[in-house]
Structure formats: C-alpha cells, structure tokens
Design a protein around this ligand. Structure first.
Ligand SMILES: NC(=O)c1ccc[n+]([C@@H]2O[C@H](COP(=O)([O-])OP(=O)(O)OC[C@H]3O[C@@H](n4cnc5c(N)ncnc54)[C@H](OP(=O)(O)O)[C@@H]3O)[C@@H](O)[C@H]2O)c1
Length: 337
C-alpha cells in the first residue's frame, strides 16, 4: 500500500511517498480502516523533522487524523459496533496511508450529513473549539467573542459554534482575504485585521467601548487582545501558531477583573473522559441542524503532493482544514440517507 513513511527525520518536502509498505494487521480490539481522506496539520511538519513533542520511533508513518470506511476484510472485535463499509473518523498516528489499524473504541461514526473529506479534519478542531467556548469560557447568547486566526482550522469552528450559540462574533485574522472567508464561510459578524497596528480600537468601537467577553486565541495574541477585553472577560489560551509562548502580566488580570483560561483537548481522555461524548453530541447536533458545517480548504491535496499542502500551512496560505484525498471515488458523497 502507499504510505508517507518517515525513515529519516527530514522536512516533508524531502521525503518521497512509499508505494510498497506492508498492509497493517489489526491487533486486539483493533479494526482496519480504509483511509479516504486525512487532515493536514502544521505539527506534521514538525514531527517529520523530530521537532515535535510526539516522537514515534523511526520508521513511522506521518499523519494524525482521518476519515474512512471499515475495511471489508477487517476483523470485528467483540463489542465493536462497526461493520465493514461503515463510515468512521478518528485521530491516530499514521493516517497518511491507504489503510490504518486502529482501536475501534477510538473511532467515531461519521454523521450522515458530513462527507468523508470533511470528516478528515473534525477530530481535533471541533471539540477543541466547543469545549473551550462552552465548557471553559461559559459562552452565553449575546456575548461578544473575538476569535484570532478566525479562518484557520480551530478558528473557523470557533466562529461557527459561537454564532450558533447566539454570540456576536468578531473574526480577527492576518489578512483581509481570510477575514472575508471567516465572514462568508464562517458567518462572523465583523472582521479586524491584526496585521494592522491599533486593531484593538476597532474592536472597542464595535462593542461600544465595552470590549469582548471572550477571547479565543490560537495564535499567541493574548496580551494584544487584552487591550479590548470586557470586565469579567475570559481569555482562552488555545495555541501558539505564531510561534511564541506569551508571558501575561498578572496585574492586568487583576485590574481588568478577567480570567485567563486554558484548554488542552488531548488531556481530556485522561482527566475527564466522560466529557468527550457529550461534546461530540452537541457538535453533531449543530451539524444536523445546519447551524454549523465543517470547512475544508478549497485545494484538495493527494498523498503524492501532500508536502505542498504542508508547505501551504507553513506559509499561512490555507484556511479551514487542509486535507489529503486518498481515494477518488465517493469521497465527496454524503452517506446514502
Ligand atoms: N489547545 C488545544 O487542545 C489545541 C487543539 C487544536 C489545535 N491547537 C493549536 O491551535 C493552533 C491553531 O491550530 P489550527 O489547526 O487552527 O491551525 P491552522 O489552521 O494552521 O491555522 C493557524 C493560523 O494561525 C495564524 N498565524 C499567525 N501567525 C502565524 C505564524 N507565524 N505561523 C503560522 N500561522 C500563524 C494564521 O492565520 P492568519 O494568517 O490569519 O494570522 C494561520 O492560518 C495551533 O497552534 C495548534 O497547535 C490547540
């Protein structure tokens, strides 16, 4: 089978696709999944160079999230609700491959109204944004929410979730074209471009000098954003896409009567596993009601050119989730209803 195998640590642009990789065998409690599409992430580029905290032993297959179908010849372990042909999605190391072996209880059923292509980028982005806004920041209808990197993977999910729950959403991004996407595709009410100094003034004007109740920041713009936070505001620390980990002066937290709130989705499995299915149910309800929709970048990559996709992420060109298509047929079909 084909797989993007990292045999020596290197930038993905220096790695060739392997065509003769042995098919995986399913271990205890595992099923085989034919991968139809896989999500691309910035950390894939870090991991292939050995610069990410997760360092699988060499050789390893790159990629961490996917959507696909249970393979026709997959074993079905006792208790596993899936059957060959069922559409599933999940997150596990090695998704840039035609087939993957994965514990069945780490899979989720792909909702009927979500395509296999859209499913590739759901696993991390949507629960991160939902749990951050609702579970951690206590979002309420009518709140003002500022989302940085608002056209990005977690950002455009956050914009849609906040809108669906009745918030007034200000998208913040590094270019006017991304603001246009956050508004047109994500449904944000307003946009501010943080590449322009003084952008916080526009936020204060939009909120009638009050400031925003919630800041959702995946970039590392907390300090900048605190200039336009409201009394009792909550600033969500989601990520550091800009590359720097900020130091936040604690006197500002006191003086502005605000909370700085973290969210680490990956640690929920260990610390609060009961929360995860509840969050997914809320997300699936949003998809079913049509109030939210997974967003994929308009250029779809292939296993052969996936390093171009990872390069586009590095250059900040992508919006929504960039995905790789592995199987041409059916990938854009919705499940037969
Ligand atoms: N806390 C958690 O559990 C959790 C879960 C998922 C993801 N994350 C983190 O959230 C962050 C965003 O993830 P994502 O999937 O939304 O990524 P993404 O789709 O690649 O979006 C990242 C965006 O960040 C902005 N950005 C600003 N400065 C940048 C720089 N120097 N280099 C690259 N991008 C820059 C860019 O938007 P503009 O061009 O508009 O500035 C870029 O499009 C990542 O740091 C990720 O690790 C955290």
């Amino acid at each position: 089978m084909r797989a993007f195998v990292v045999r020596e640590l290197a930038h993905p642009s220096g790695i060739n696709l392997s065509h003769d990789v042995p098919e995986p065998t399913a271990g205890k409690d595992q099923v085989l999944v034919d991968v139809y599409s896989a999500g691309l992430n910035f950390f894939d580029t870090l991991q292939s160079q050995g610069k990410h905290q997760s360092k699988p032993p060499l050789p390893f297959i790159l990629g961490s999230e996917f959507a696909g179908k249970i393979a026709q010849n997959s074993p079905i372990p006792e208790g596993c609700p899936y059957r060959p042909g069922n559409r599933v999605f999940g997150g596990t190391q090695g998704s840039f491959a035609d087939r993957i072996a994965v514990n069945w209880n780490e899979l989720l059923p792909l909702p009927d109204n979500v395509t296999l292509e859209e499913g590739a980028g759901l696993f991390v982005t949507w629960p991160t944004s939902y749990q951050a806004l609702v579970g951690r920041a206590g979002l309420k209808s009518g709140d003002w929410v500022l989302v940085t990197a608002a056209a990005g993977g977690v950002g455009i999910a956050a914009v849609q979730i906040a809108k669906a729950l009745g918030a007034r959403v200000i998208a913040a991004a590094g270019s006017d074209s991304k603001l246009e996407i956050a508004k047109r595709v994500g449904g944000a009410d307003y946009g501010v471009n943080y590449s322009k100094p003084g952008w916080q003034k526009a936020v204060l004007e939009l909120t009638n000098k009050k400031g925003v109740d919630i800041i959702y920041d995946a970039v590392g713009l907390i300090n900048d954003s605190l200039k336009c936070i409201a009394w009792n505001g909550r600033a969500l620390v989601i990520g550091f896409a800009g590359g720097a980990i900020e130091k936040i002066p604690s006197n500002i937290i006191l003086l502005k009567n605000i909370s700085i709130v973290g969210l680490h989705l990956g640690a929920y499995k260990r610390n609060e596993p009961e929360c995860i299915p509840l969050v997914w149910q809320k997300i699936f309800d949003l998809f079913t009601s049509g109030k939210a929709r997974p967003v994929t970048y308009d250029r779809i990559f292939t296993l052969e050119n996936l390093s171009e996709g990872l390069g586009a992420i590095e250059r900040r060109e992508t919006w929504g989730k960039a995905v790789v298509r592995l199987r041409k047929d059916e990938v854009n079909e919705k499940a037969k209803l």
